[in-house]
Design a protein around this ligand. Structure first.
Ligand SMILES: Nc1ncnc2c1ncn2[C@@H]1O[C@H](COP(=O)(O)OP(=O)(O)OP(=O)(O)O)[C@@H](O)[C@H]1O
Length: 440
């Protein structure tokens, strides 16, 4: 195996530790300390923090930490997730944030130490490029996955490189001389997928004029890549589960079991845990597939990768030196770094192609400015909506106030025109400090 990279040891890739303490609900008192960059919380045994509470969904929410901070994301749970009293789909956390999931409340706290995440020491992995810590973290995971025959689930938005990542795992692994067979579960019509995956006997159904070998058999000795696995119809899921568990398949229209020796890599743009919560994906199949989960980060979260990606694309699309120079102009790069890129690297590629055809930069959708006002939720009563906005404003105001005065409450109170003891009470309400003024 040609290893051109290895895990880096340059100090990058360290993430702050965090702790969750269950402060309300039947599992009250449980404390969980992070050993990596995320924690899934739910009632299913497969979660990092298992909460035995019937009001908590199987996969309720996930907390992730990166350079931008710590965030909680609801996984389309039945009872929703609230942070400090406000229902959220996704929200940033601070020390003291109270996360309500059903009848359980977890208190979030940043630690003082850091967890180190392995980083690849090169800005390239197979056909993928990326110098950002986020991508080098992904490359390190891909390299580890390539070393073993383990089943991998690649998760990410469209165009983030999931197919390329799957190919790279195969090409670095022991099965690289054998076939790499792709099945796009989202592109094949429901009742044809079974035959696509497992093959069929002659006459098995109308139109089956000849027998057919399915993708599992075609991939024999190699790798099968199940793209968009989240689109697999529910009635086919038990059959795939059997194939993965027993490494045995049956062609449609036959009763003969055939042993298959394949490595499985799957990809999805959905969060399969939300699909499990919604009853659209079987939990047992999820655990069979998500043995190693590798999240492919969206391009908008790693704008520092854009110059190198641009160089790659310009070379691949045979741009002339003049064309390349025009796109490498600092003001063009600045605009590209600010764009939203909902189609990720594929959209960046389209952008470069269009530029080369029309000789003019096509329009790009800008990211929403960070200070855009939050959307108004007219589905809740006025008083509740106003209280939420006020609570959010107060918390952000006091955080900024404390930052501006190095955490000195007396100075902050004077600057804000508030009584010091009153400010202590307000800070405590927002989880930003002790309730009582230690000075009396
Ligand atoms: N990090 C990267 N470096 C270089 N090229 C990339 C990178 N990520 C994606 N690409 C390119 O972007 C295009 C889309 O990538 P790919 O098909 O692997 O994405 P995907 O996540 O599988 O998308 P989809 O979910 O829509 O199938 C391809 O041309 C691929 O080569």
């Amino acid at each position: 195996m040609t290893h051109t990279g290895s895990p880096a040891d340059d100090g990058a890739g360290a993430v702050r530790r965090f702790r969750l303490e269950l402060v309300e609900g039947p599992a009250r008192g449980v404390v969980w300390d992070s050993s990596a960059d995320r924690c899934s919380l739910g009632s299913d045994e497969g979660n990092d923090l298992v909460v035995a509470d019937p009001t908590v969904s199987r996969f309720h929410c996930e907390i992730r930490i990166d350079e931008a901070g710590a965030r909680v994301r609801d996984l389309k749970s039945r009872n929703g997730t609230a942070v400090d009293g406000v229902s959220v789909v996704e929200a940033f956390l601070r020390t003291g944030s109270l996360i309500r999931v059903g009848k359980t409340v977890a208190r979030f706290e940043f630690g003082t130490e850091h967890n180190r995440l392995p980083l690849w020491d090169e800005a390239r992995f197979g056909a993928l490029s990326g110098a950002s810590a986020a991508m080098r973290g992904v490359f390190a995971l891909l390299a580890r996955a390539a070393e073993r025959d383990v089943t991998v689930l690649l998760e990410g938005e469209t165009g983030t490189g999931k197919s390329q990542a799957a190919r790279s795992i195969h090409e670095r692994g022991a099965r690289r001389e054998k076939p790499f067979v792709v099945v796009d579960c989202g592109a094949i019509h429901g009742n044809l997928i079974e035959s696509e995956l497992f093959g069929h006997a002659k006459g098995a159904f109308t139109g089956a004029a000849e027998q057919r070998v399915g993708a599992f058999e075609e991939a024999s000795g190699g790798t099968i890549f199940l793209d968009e696995i989240g689109e697999l119809p529910l009635d086919l899921q038990p059959k795939l589960l059997r194939a993965l568990e027993a490494r045995e398949i049956r062609r449609v229209g036959t009763n003969t079991a055939r042993t298959v020796d394949v490595r499985v890599i799957a990809a999805t743009h959905r969060d399969l845990r939300s699909e499990v919560n919604a009853g659209r994906f079987r939990a047992d199949l999820y655990f069979r597939i998500a043995v190693v989960r590798i999240p492919m980060p969206p391009l908008r979260q790693r704008p520092e990768d854009i110059p190198a990606l641009l160089d790659d694309l310009l070379a691949a699309l045979h741009a002339t030196p003049e064309e390349a120079a025009a796109l490498r102009e600092p003001k063009v790069i600045t605009r590209l770094k600010r764009a939203a890129w909902p189609g990720n690297v594929r959209e960046l590629r389209n952008y470069v192609e269009q530029y080369l055809v029309f000789r003019a930069p096509p329009p790009v959708s800008e990211l929403a400015p960070v200070n855009a006002p939050p959307p108004v939720d007219a589905s809740v009563p006025y008083a509740e909506a106003r209280d939420r906005v006020l609570a959010d404003f107060e918390r952000r105001y006091f955080e900024a106030l404390l930052r501006a005065h190095d955490g000195k409450v007396s100075r902050a109170a004077a600057a804000a025109g508030l009584d010091r003891r009153y400010l202590y009470r307000l800070l405590h309400r927002h989880g930003l400090g002790p309730e009582r003024d230690p000075e009396g």
